[in-house]
Design a protein around this ligand. Structure first.
Ligand code: ADP
Length: 401
């Protein structure tokens, strides 16, 4: 069984074709600049060089068509016929309270995803376009939606409700949803495997630290709290996002700087965070370099970022009544030994410390705590595509018997 994993952004489509018997990625690629000048498909078949196909790609349907054509192309294709694709798995950003797990896409499911557009106006619409395009181009192939929010639907009310009048939760669904669910679930499961334990026996804190960053408290296999909220703006200080701030700052700034709601939204999402504090970059490689060169604001950005992560870890230890493992993943978590070191420095009270030799690891799954540490610290590369493919496979397999 071969599963096509599709992740549609506003102007991009990421995809992987995965053979489920051995979980081998047969091809992967990226359509970029949809609807813009210079649109392009970058297609990497297994064991071959990357092919770059420039073409006018006006919309997601054309992008998906190009991807399917590339997969069956006589030169750089990896399958002979589209019939070889058994199912398509789509990453869908927001499932609200409608979806607590991955689902087979039906007209009812589409309505449920549409209902969540208001809460994720930038993310859900391109996801819907991708699903509709596949439904047209390969109508007999079942499609599955895998939600970024679903894994966190196990959070109890005390963790997901804000201190707002209860009506706005009932009227508008204003509550914490959390994101990066597939990533948190995957790395927590991997950590449990590495500990040779069941997730249901462990309390795990997963730190997904990329451009967007979030932390989750996973108690006995279930997400019980996470740092992102109603939108992916809450929580940690991120590359360009402010994370949690005093909400009174918003009307204050809007008045002082004569900002509209759209402008303040853009300010908090795109101009704040590490970029805003440092005035240099949102990319941690630049920040680390500048800090090493003595730039004080870069150093401050790094301190603020890592301090926030540390305080979330502390609060999730309190929420779970202890912790067995802490996991670092995503761009920064997988690659930056400096960030991991700063976050974990001072966690000795928990019975753990990073081993500085082991901490030099980049991009591979490894335990990095000192020998005999009570709480294990791991670096685990995330693999959201694989989770999407596995869920799709699991849901669609019974359809073929
Ligand atoms: P997203 O998927 O949210 O866009 P990623 O998970 O790809 O983000 O992470 C991107 C972040 O990871 C960037 O800030 C980048 O600087 C950081 N990063 C990647 N490699 C390194 C590295 N070697 N050292 C420090 N930071 C790194």
């Amino acid at each position: 069984m071969k599963v096509l994993v599709v992740n549609c952004g506003s102007s991009s489509i990421k995809y992987q074709l995965i053979n489920m018997e051995d979980e081998l990625v047969l091809a992967k690629g990226l359509v970029e600049r949809i609807g813009l000048d210079g649109s392009v498909l970058k297609h990497s078949p297994i064991g071959q060089d990357k092919t770059v196909l420039e073409a006018k790609i006006e919309n997601h349907a054309q992008g998906i068509k190009m991807v399917l054509d590339a997969l069956v192309d006589s030169n750089h294709g990896v399958i002979k016929n589209l019939n070889e694709i058994s199912a398509v798995g789509h990453r869908v950003a927001h499932g609200g309270e409608n979806f607590t797990d991955s689902v087979l896409i039906t007209p009812d499911v589409m309505s449920g995803i549409e209902e969540c557009v208001e809460m994720a106006p930038l993310h859900n619409p391109p996801n819907i376009l991708g699903i509709e395009a596949c439904a047209k181009l390969v109508p007999s192939v079942p499609q599955v939606a895998v939600f970024d929010t679903a894994f966190h639907q196990t959070m109890p009310k005390m963790a997901f409700l804000y201190g707002l009048p209860y009506e706005v939760y009932e009227k508008y669904g204003l509550r914490r949803y959390g994101f990066h669910g597939t990533s948190h679930k995957y790395v927590a499961q991997q950590a449990a495997d590495m500990l040779d334990e069941h997730m249901t026996n462990l309390r795990i804190i997963t730190c997904h630290l990329g451009n967007g960053a979030s932390i989750a408290a996973i108690k006995f296999g279930k997400s019980i709290d996470t740092s992102m909220g109603f939108t992916p703006l809450e929580g940690l200080v991120m590359g360009t996002r402010s994370g949690a701030i005093d909400p009174a700052i918003i009307p204050y700034l809007m008045k002082k700087e004569s900002m509209t709601p759209e402008q303040i939204d853009e300010y908090l999402n795109k101009k704040s965070g590490v970029l805003g504090i440092s005035g240099i970059s949102s990319d941690f490689r630049d920040i680390e370099q500048a800090a090493a060169d003595g730039n004080e604001r870069a150093e401050l950005a790094l301190e603020i970022f890592t301090y926030k992560v540390k305080t979330y870890i502390g609060s999730y230890v309190a929420a779970m009544g202890g912790v067995d493992a802490i996991v670092f993943t995503a761009g920064l978590g997988e690659n930056s030994s400096l960030v991991r070191d700063k976050v974990c420095n001072g966690l000795e009270y928990l019975g753990t410390r990073i081993d500085s030799d082991k901490n030099s690891v980049r991009g591979e799954a490894k335990e990095i705590s000192v020998d005999g540490a009570k709480v294990k610290i791991f670096v685990i590369p995330t693999n959201e595509e694989l989770v999407i493919a596995r869920d799709t496979d699991l849901i669609c397999r019974p359809l073929f018997h």
